[in-house]
Write a protein that binds this ligand. Structure first.
Ligand code: GLU
Length: 424
């Protein structure tokens, strides 16, 4: 699966439906700017290793480009392009004044020492700083990157420009320009979307179960959100096991305790198998999470996970798919989900809580005045609920699938900004 081809195919279908002018569509189906660069890093053993880095700025008509930096062994320019494009739609659907960007490095971060990671982060910034800034492009964490890495990058940028500039990157640690609520933000945003979807479908969250793919930041707080905010039960989460180099599903019929799992998971999202077994968790095959008899499925790991091959095995009980990850459903699978009438909350709406709180973080950085957790989460809930209903209303009005409705809402907003600015 090529993620960029998938992102373009999704866009093309909606652009055709909207009868979007060909020139406008050509502008939007490609990024405005792309950077590919080499990052020399001195390794702990004295050798020099050269890493490949990327930054793609898809569209900044509504405001500075915004989006995370991924450290992944399988990173390619096309995954970064797709993810940058999805960020444009994500910021537009959440109605925050930002555009779309994404960055990456081809590296498995678990193979680096702490100081090698720091040198790689600083090296990435040395190559890109001229094209970044609070009014140009604002990176953030994503798969394989952490708040600590954001702090190193912010420090390097501040040294290069000679001015302390916390608002040039988000997802920073608390006490180094970070915002309260940012850690919970993406998973809680997923939860708020599920809550609104359940209201629409007249489902009682307290009587509902969920199964989740992944146990990184998004999944951790989706698990906690689903249990603590909605009163529902999460019966399975899956996670990658670094040592065994394969994934497992951890299940518990009487409900998973997300707070407990947080105490036995490492920074790469690997759950301690022995500790989980001792606590009564059953360990199953990697894809077992997908076939559970639950009301809600939450793919919150990586792109391309629900495919034409496995979609048919999803339980008849599933009413909602909440896409915590970016691009977890392939085009083939999407058709099937649509046919079955499952309410799919598309990625760039469902996981917009992260970037929305990133926006709050940079606003607080600019004001140099910081909000309480309650204030951040309340504003987040308001933004996500409004965004969800804008998409749902569009879906009901135009009688289209939720993903297409989300595209309609966001493309309209981006096109309007480009018109106002005289680009088109
Ligand atoms: N990497 C996250 C995403 O895909 C967050 C982006 C941000 O906070 O800028 O939405």
């Amino acid at each position: 699966m090529n993620a960029f081809e998938m992102a373009q195919a999704q866009f093309d279908a909606v652009a055709a439906r909207m009868k979007l002018d060909k020139g406008v569509a050509d502008l939007l189906r490609w990024p405005l700017r792309e950077f590919k660069f080499s990052i020399p890093v001195r390794m702990d053993d004295g050798s020099l290793r050269v890493f490949t880095g990327f930054r793609v700025q898809h569209n900044d008509s509504r405001g500075p480009n915004k989006g995370g930096i991924r450290f992944a062994a399988d990173e390619t320019i096309d995954t970064v392009r797709a993810l940058a494009m999805w960020m444009t739609w994500k910021c537009a659907v959440a109605d925050i004044p930002l555009g779309g960007g994404k960055g990456g490095v081809i590296v498995d971060p678990s193979t680096l020492s702490v100081s090698e990671k720091e040198r790689l982060c600083r090296g990435w910034m040395q190559q890109m700083w001229k094209h970044l800034g609070p009014r140009q492009d604002v990176p953030a964490p994503d798969v394989g990157t952490t708040p600590q890495m954001m702090a190193w990058m912010m420090d390097e940028y501040s040294k290069l420009v000679g001015v302390y500039t916390p608002g040039m990157i988000t997802g920073k640690p608390l006490g180094a320009g970070g915002s309260l609520g940012r850690t919970e933000a993406t998973g809680f945003g997923v939860t708020y979307c599920i809550r609104e979807a359940m209201k629409h479908l007249k489902m009682d969250p307290k009587a509902c179960t969920a199964s989740i793919q992944g146990f990184g930041n998004v999944s951790q707080y989706a698990t906690i959100g689903f249990t603590e905010l909605l009163g529902g039960k999460v019966v399975a989460v899956s996670c990658w096991d670094l040592k065994d180099k394969k994934a497992y599903t951890y299940s518990k019929k009487d409900g998973i305790d997300g707070r407990f799992l947080l105490t036995i998971v490492d920074q790469y999202g690997t759950i301690d198998k022995e500790a989980a077994k001792k606590a009564g968790y059953e360990i199953e095959a990697a894809d077992a999470w997908l076939y559970k008899d639950v009301d809600v499925l939450i793919p919150a790991a990586k792109e391309g996970q629900i495919t034409g091959d496995n979609v048919g095995k999803i339980s008849k009980q599933v009413k909602i798919i909440a896409e915590g990850a970016n691009g977890p459903v392939t085009i083939d699978a999407d058709k099937e989900i649509q046919k079955r009438g499952i309410l799919d909350i598309p990625d760039f709406l469902c996981n917009a809580g992260g970037v929305t709180t990133s926006y709050f973080e940079s606003v607080q950085n600019d004001m140099n005045f910081y909000w309480s957790t309650e204030e951040v989460l309340k504003r987040l809930d308001d933004k996500i609920s409004v965004a969800f209903h804008a998409v749902l209303d569009m879906s009901l009005k135009e009688k289209v699938y939720m993903r297409d409705a989300a595209y309609l809402v966001s493309i309209e907003r981006v096109v309007k900004a480009m018109q106002h600015r005289g680009w088109i």
